[in-house]
Write a protein that binds this ligand. Structure first.
Ligand SMILES: N[C@@H](Cc1ccccc1)C(=O)O
Length: 417
């Protein structure tokens, strides 16, 4: 995500477009690549339903952070707001869950980039093990993050542009290939979809995560709730639309039973991309898909690790000198790199656990923040609609996600296999 400048004046004219893109750019990332695999049981209709429900709840939990944030001066971080409104214990839980999500996502990106690099080089007839690919990629990203925030923001902006461009080209092409009989799964006799829908929720939740950026938007636009509200609405809507198209093109090309094999192979990006391209028989789309997946992963990788880097630098009080930044880069990258070397194929698991931890700081804590903000300040500048009912609804959604993921981890939910 590009670095944000502080708001220069109250009537600042930062465009709506920029803020919406920051939100959409953060949302659309690795999570998206887990969706077709984990949603193959629930298939198209129920997946879209789960995505819409998650979109609604994640948009409102983001708005609740905004509601609480507006009581503080622009630049106040998530940490400041939570400590002040909910107290020390919640702040520790919040901080731990943020660090956990960022760490596990960094691991997911290393795993994903390894598999993407292996697949890309295989197309060029070069054999390169995924483990090594992930390792090298992580070192490059670590170097860029160590260099400066500016380097990250410039590169992330370029990658975001490339990601959107290749997305449009790729999916424009894929759209024409959708086969209705595959999308509607007409060949399977008596299929069951509904039992598989619950387990998809934590993955949808992870895929709609962006909440660390709400305070950044306030820093960017100043106290301008109507504008920030629109950014959240448009940014999340762009992501929702894109995910629905993504479901349609993957499920409209890969027959449902084929997903069982993809999942058995670990469900990593390369397997999905490979299956898609073997079915399409179009070298151009194949190439675009590869370029797109590389950019999508690289862009979110930079954004998320920059967040983790700043968070850890602040936590351990490492300074901004070359040496201090080296220490921060080491604590940021070393644990996920080691995990990626030992266990390179845990992509899908990682996204599921990201969903479990994200439900704390991106759903439950925001709902509690909005409640506390109303009690303490009366939320004079902006209040999310729906009163306490909305707060309760969001809390229920958050708890449901946690319960689902815990049940799924103990194999208590049906799995499509
Ligand atoms: N939504 C991001 C992951 C993410 C989760 C939580 C916060 C920020 C980012 C993705 O799909 O990759």
């Amino acid at each position: 995500m590009p670095a944000l400048e502080p708001a220069k004046n109250k009537l600042n004219a930062h465009s709506l477009f920029g803020g919406s893109m920051i939100i959409a750019g953060t949302i659309i990332g690795a999570g998206m690549f887990s969706l077709p695999v984990v949603m193959s049981g629930a298939w198209f209709f129920w997946s879209v339903t789960a995505l819409i429900v998650t979109w609604f709840c994640m948009l409102h939990s983001g708005l609740m952070i905004l509601e609480a944030n507006l009581n503080y001066s622009p630049g106040a971080s998530f940490d400041t707001i939570t400590k002040d409104l909910l107290g020390k214990s919640w702040n520790i839980i919040n901080g731990l869950s943020i660090a956990f999500v960022l760490y596990i996502l960094t691991y997911a990106y290393i795993s994903a980039s390894g598999s993407i690099i292996e697949h890309t080089l295989k197309e060029l007839s070069i054999t390169f093990p995924a483990r090594l690919g992930g390792f090298v990629f992580a070192l490059i990203v670590a170097f860029i993050v160590w260099l400066s925030t500016k380097a990250v923001s410039r590169l992330a902006a370029i990658f975001l542009g490339a990601k959107i461009l290749t997305f449009l080209l790729t999916f424009g092409g894929l759209f024409l290939h959708i086969k209705p009989q595959i999308l509607l799964n007409t060949t399977e006799a008596n299929p069951h979809y509904l039992p598989y829908v619950l387990m998809t929720l934590p993955f949808c939740l992870a895929s709609f995560g962006y909440h660390g950026n709400v305070p950044s938007l306030m820093k960017y636009y100043g106290k301008n709730p109507p504008k920030i509200k629109k950014c959240l609405l448009y940014g999340t809507l762009i992501a929702l639309a894109l995910y629905i198209i993504w479901m349609a093109v993957t499920m409209g090309n890969i027959p449902r039973p084929d997903f069982i094999e993809i999942a058995e192979k670990g469900g990593n990006i390369d397997v999905l991309v490979q299956t898609l391209s073997s079915l399409l028989n179009s070298p151009i789309i194949d190439l675009l898909l590869i370029i797109f997946s590389n950019f999508a992963v690289a862009c979110s990788f930079l954004g998320v690790t920059l967040g983790l880097f700043d968070y850890l630098a602040d936590l351990f009080k490492f300074d901004d000198s070359g040496k201090g930044r080296f220490k921060s880069a080491t604590v940021t990258f070393l644990p996920p790199i080691i995990a990626g070397l030992i266990y390179p194929n845990g992509f899908i698991y990682a996204i599921g656990f990201a969903g479990l931890a994200a439900t704390i700081w991106a759903v439950i804590v925001p709902a509690l923040l909005a409640r506390a903000s109303r009690q303490r300040f009366g939320s004079p500048l902006y209040r999310v609609w729906g009163g306490s009912t909305m707060i309760i609804l969001i809390l229920l959604f958050g708890v449901l996600n946690a319960v689902v993921h815990i049940f799924a981890s103990f194999n208590l939910l049906p799995i499509y296999q």
